[in-house]
Design a protein around this ligand. Structure first.
Ligand code: UDP
Ligand code: MG
Length: 310
């Protein structure tokens, strides 16, 4: 019996990419000696994405689509696909053709050679702005300085996972997800493949600045307690500093007996310590907020419809 390969694709307002994506992925997959299923997850699109997905579903029994009740975000759309994929191997990739389907035979080949996670690494993105390149570079340096698991720079959510790795991944139910970090936390036999991401086939990036920032913060707080420790060390440092300052104040008052000019020191130290305290509270608050999100135990995503061929 042929093995089954699942391809999971999150789609958010991708009406102009769907048919081209379907065409290219079908060309690649039908040439491989596997059964395959295509699982689209429509992350609450407002355009004709769901409609077009339904057309594909009715035309091709290998295609199915889950529609979310609203936008839950790329990472949760991926999670939904991984939860429901039945394949012996599951490939996740973007639907805008920035993850070239033509790379799939190589991923599958590496899987056949015994690798359980085949992770692609983006060498560069052809149309990425200077700003995106710089922020991405700095971000990965930063996250790897504080994180307990190594997060590959340029790592994308374009990867193949063996069924065993997928089953392990399903046990991770946290809300704030940084899937590529979670994958590195799983273990398993791991290999990377480099690729150059072409520009989007159509449309613009669905990650706005706010989504990007949330994603970045999730990545750091989900894998590291170091920021909490920074707050503690900063508190210690400035606490000690203020004792020295106090000695200075006593010295000025009783030894030099000239207390009034202390105004500058006082104002400066109050402002400075106030600032540091706010930073500390902010960091603690970020983690407390995440604890709150997790303890509510809300569903990670809500499916409003599962489209399969009638
Ligand atoms: N996406 C999603 N939900 C979102 C944002 C994006 O499902 O809230 C999908 C999007 O349709 C695409 C993939 O996630 O298939 C990657 O998004 P995008 O191409 O916008 O990100 P970029 O390549 O710019 O980092
Ligand atoms: Mg993209």
């Amino acid at each position: 019996m042929k093995k089954l390969v699942s391809v999971v694709v999150p789609m958010f307002n991708e009406q102009d990419n769907i048919n081209e994506f379907y065409k290219r992925i079908t060309e690649v997959m039908s040439a491989l000696p596997y059964e395959y299923e295509l699982i689209f997850v429509d992350d609450g699109s407002k355009d004709r994405t769901a409609l077009l997905l339904n057309e594909l579903v009715q035309k091709d029994s290998r295609v199915q689509a889950y529609l979310f009740s609203r936008n839950f975000g790329h990472q949760l759309a991926l999670t939904c696909g991984l939860d429901r994929a039945a394949g012996d191997a599951v490939i996740t990739m973007d639907g805008d053709l920035q993850h070239p389907p033509e790379l799939l035979p190589q991923l599958v080949q590496l899987w056949e050679e015994g690798n359980e996670i085949v992770q692609t690494v983006r060498k560069s993105t052809e149309d990425a702005s200077f700003f995106k390149n710089i922020t991405s570079f700095v971000y990965y340096k930063m996250i790897n300085a504080v994180s307990k698991v190594h997060i590959t720079p340029g790592g994308s959510d374009f990867r193949l996972m063996d069924r065993h790795a997928v089953e392990a991944f399903r046990l991770y139910r946290e809300r704030a997800r940084f899937v590529r970090g979670m994958i590195n936390n799983l273990g398993f036999k791991y290999v990377t493949v480099e690729f150059v991401a072409p520009p989007r086939f159509a449309g613009t990036s669905k990650y706005n600045f706010r989504k990007m920032l949330h994603f970045a913060l999730d990545g750091i707080t989900a894998f590291s307690n170091v920021p909490l420790r920074w707050a503690f060390y900063a508190g210690l440092f400035f606490g000690f500093g203020s004792i020295l300052l106090l000695l200075h104040v006593i010295y000025v008052k009783y030894v030099i007996q000239d207390a009034v000019p202390g105004w500058t020191t006082l104002t400066a130290s109050v402002l400075f310590l106030g600032g540091i305290q706010l930073v500390g509270i902010g960091i603690v608050g970020e983690y407390v907020g995440r604890v709150f999100e997790e303890v509510k135990q809300r569903p990670l995503y809500i499916i409003s419809e599962h489209l399969v061929k009638k």
